[in-house]
Design a protein around this ligand. Structure first.
Ligand SMILES: [Zn+2]
Length: 391
């Protein structure tokens, strides 16, 4: 495949990119890069970026592939961050369009990763090809480990880049952010996350002789009731209240006359900027110690909440989007965690990508019109950022 070529103008004088964002999206979707597989996805990107004069560098750890591509030097420095790995298919038989074929049908591009977030990467690369002259640095930090544990991706590359002074002034993340229309919403922060497993132990026995048993189920119910009714906070202007949610409660008891010896529950907490993961973990430990009896509690933290405070840069992105869509995008912090939780420790982060509707679903798809519009939005962001020299 070749994406090389000179930028051309169409009959109406509109500047066209030599890289077609739809064709590049298809090529990326055709790589079955379910985490931790790369399946050629980063090579497709490297090929396109090299043709635009980017220097590409790979940071591969523990079988996970990561790409850092850079063009230009000095300030201002804009970095686009994203991931080429995708979530699994779910029930493969339910897909009506093959997930890794990149079919175009009814004005939509179908395939796993279309919304989250291969088309956004393709749109940014296509926008770069339109914006060939700029003063400063553009880079792309693309990981193959965002949808999984995210241990060997962005989190590991950033300190290496920081060690050599390669930290941008602003990071634009291409995760899906839009609600109904492309460009209607930016994310300027994300909630933090904790997941956990609580196991309560007792003594198995006959239901008719409870005096000889110790049923762990009431203790589990007491723990979950206290956690569900706990009011962590009321949220903030930009964040929903911190919430506890149970995802599974399992006894695995097939008999109706046996008191089981253990019960397990899995849960998650999404927290806002009023909370810290370590303090919530301590609260969970205290509640489970008070009410859980003999128990094990395993907690995994996935980062604190963050909010981008640099409103000047947020406004720069908002205004760029407005030049394409005609309206100023809303700002929010909803949704799952992203690599923004790692990047915000180094520089301001704004997320702007596709619509969220079909991400992670069977028959994930985006419209061709949205891919083109997102390309225009990214081109406008590049123009605003470099014209104003935003260091
Ligand atoms: Zn994503």
């Amino acid at each position: 495949m070749s994406y090389c070529g000179d930028a051309i103008d169409d009959a109406r004088g509109k500047h066209l990119s030599p890289i077609d964002p739809i064709k590049l999206s298809q090529d990326l979707i055709r790589c079955p890069s379910i985490t931790p597989q790369n399946a050629g996805a980063l090579e497709v990107l490297e090929h396109a970026l090299t043709s635009l004069g980017f220097a590409c560098e790979r940071f591969d750890f523990e079988g996970i592939c990561n790409l850092y591509a850079k063009k230009g030097s000095g300030s201002p420095h804009l970095c686009f961050a994203g991931h080429t790995d995708v979530v699994p298919l779910g029930d493969a038989a339910l897909w009506t369009h093959p997930p890794f074929q990149g079919d175009i049908h009814d004005g939509q591009l179908w395939g796993r990763g279309a919304a989250d977030m291969k088309c956004a990467i393709a749109a940014f690369v296509s926008a770069l090809a339109q914006h060939t002259i700029f003063q400063g640095t553009v880079s792309l930090l693309i990981t193959g480990d965002e949808e999984g544990e995210a241990l060997h991706g962005t989190q590991r590359v950033l300190p290496l880049l920081a060690g050599r002074g390669d930290i941008p002034d602003l990071c634009l993340i291409g995760e899906p952010t839009c609600d109904l229309k492309i460009g209607d919403t930016l994310k300027i922060g994300r909630r933090g996350s904790i997941t956990g497993k609580l196991t309560c132990y007792g003594k198995q026995g006959h239901i008719a002789y409870p005096q000889n048993t110790d049923n762990p189920i009431p203790r589990m119910i007491a723990c979950l009731k206290t956690l569900y009714s706990h009011s962590f906070d009321k949220g903030t202007d930009l964040f929903e209240p911190t919430r506890f949610e149970v995802t599974s409660v399992d006894v695995g008891n097939t008999a109706s006359n046996i008191i089981p010896h253990k019960i397990e529950a899995r849960f998650g907490i999404r927290l806002n900027t009023l909370q810290k993961t370590e303090e919530i973990c301590q609260l969970l430990r205290t509640i489970c110690s008070n009410e859980g009896g003999d128990h094990d509690l395993t907690l995994t933290t996935h980062g604190n909440a963050f909010l981008t405070e640099d409103r000047e840069k947020v406004s720069l992105i908002q205004k760029a989007v407005q030049t394409v869509t005609g309206s100023l995008p809303a700002l929010n912090t909803t949704g799952g965690t992203t690599d923004g939780r790692f990047i915000n420790a180094y520089c301001p982060v704004v997320e702007c990508g596709m619509t969220e509707e079909t991400m992670h679903q069977v028959d994930e798809h985006v419209s061709l019109e949205d891919i083109r519009k997102l390309t225009d939005i990214y081109a406008a962001i590049l123009k605003n950022f470099f014209d104003k020299g935003h260091a």
